[in-house]
Design a protein around this ligand. Structure first.
Ligand code: SF4
Length: 350
């Protein structure tokens, strides 16, 4: 299916009125693995293939619309965090293009691209590691907006105070250091730091995973409030399908660097069509329905250094057929609400 067809389908899945804020087209990220001296020796003796490439992200296309809260789900090592860093401008994509607020970033100079990508802010998983322990809250939140002209030097305190209020902290914490806060408060400071850059797109990379359950709920409620208040697009990366079901409008399922299924959260959770999504959801305890027969997801996610041929999921898929190891399934429309990459719904697996 053409990328434009994918785009038009996505715009029909939950955010018809929303402007496209972020657009990824066939984005890929490859890392070349540097050989150590033993590997170099083996390579020089012809006993090892010359170069290894890790394909962390392959051919990823999707859009985020204004006001949308979209989940990106997959097991550890599937490429979610690499993709998050590409979107936030912390990593350079190896292929494909990224559009931000109607502008194709690939067409811009590096300096201009960096400036534009300030409109994408990231909230990290670890609130302990993501704040500089030597800086006071005033500098953590206020320094970047001051440097980039979002507030005047004489107005930093007022600006920081406004951000702290938005995340439920008082202006009186401005002179404190990160170690003087709890984990939940530190995550709020991280959120205030991101908000201070007036982002159009927020990327939350496992942002509640390190918090206690009760604090998780508070931070998720804060995300919901801010999502409506800012009108931006939010990409919520998580391995926790239960949390995603409650907060996201739409879900993208990722397996070994590729998007394998996407759709409105409600439809996708009620009727998952990709065997990988089915396996993930089978493992999710549900209060509102009787648990489906449990089908454990056997094996571990394969190494992206040596991914399986055809459909990357075929060694673990209970429904795989001969075609699955031969041919890569393309991400195609399945009705109005779904994109799916599986031969089962596209001509069969034989
Ligand atoms: Fe399973 Fe084949 Fe579908 Fe891949 S293409 S998910 S291996 S049935």
């Amino acid at each position: 299916m053409s990328d434009s067809r994918i785009r038009s389908l996505e715009s029909g899945t939950g955010a018809e009125a929303g402007t496209v804020l972020l657009e990824l087209e066939n984005v890929g990220k490859h890392f070349e693995q540097r050989p150590d001296w033993v590997e170099r020796l083996l390579q020089s003796l012809g006993m090892m293939a010359p170069q290894s490439v890790v394909r962390a992200v392959e051919d990823v296309s999707f859009q985020l619309h204004a006001g949308e809260f979209v989940g990106l789900v997959g097991e550890s090592g599937c490429g979610k965090s690499t993709l998050a860093r590409i979107i936030a401008g912390l990593l350079e994509a190896s292929s494909g293009s990224i559009g931000l607020d109607g502008e194709r970033l690939n067409d811009l100079s590096l300096a201009e691209r960096r400036r534009r990508q300030l409109a994408v802010q990231m909230i990290f998983q670890d609130p302990f590691a993501s704040l500089n322990p030597r800086l006071r809250v005033r500098e953590i939140i206020g320094e970047a907006p001051r440097v980039h002209g979002l507030c005047r030097p004489g107005q930093v305190d007022g600006y920081v105070s406004g951000m702290l209020t938005r995340v439920g902290l008082g202006a009186d914490v401005m002179d404190r250091f990160p170690h003087q806060f709890s984990g939940g408060q530190r995550q709020r400071i991280g959120i205030a730091r991101a908000l201070a850059m007036q982002p159009r797109v927020m990327v939350c990379d496992e942002s509640v995973a390190a918090l206690d359950v009760s604090i998780q709920a508070q931070v998720l409620n804060l995300f919901m409030e801010l999502r409506h208040a800012t009108g931006g697009a939010w990409l919520f990366i998580s391995h926790d399908l239960g949390v995603v079901e409650h907060v996201c409008d739409r879900v993208l399922i990722m397996y070994l660097g590729r998007i394998v299924e996407s759709g409105d959260t409600e439809f996708l959770y009620q009727d998952p069509r990709h065997p990988y999504t089915q396996a993930l959801l089978d493992d999710l305890p549900r209060l509102d329905q009787r648990r489906r027969e449990f089908r454990p997801l056997s094996g571990e996610i394969p190494s992206p250094l040596n991914p399986p041929s055809g459909c990357h999921f075929h060694p673990r898929c209970p429904l795989a057929g001969p075609r699955c190891s031969r041919e890569r399934p393309q991400l195609k429309a399945l009705g109005k609400q779904r994109l799916l990459a599986c031969h089962l719904e596209d001509g069969g697996v034989e």
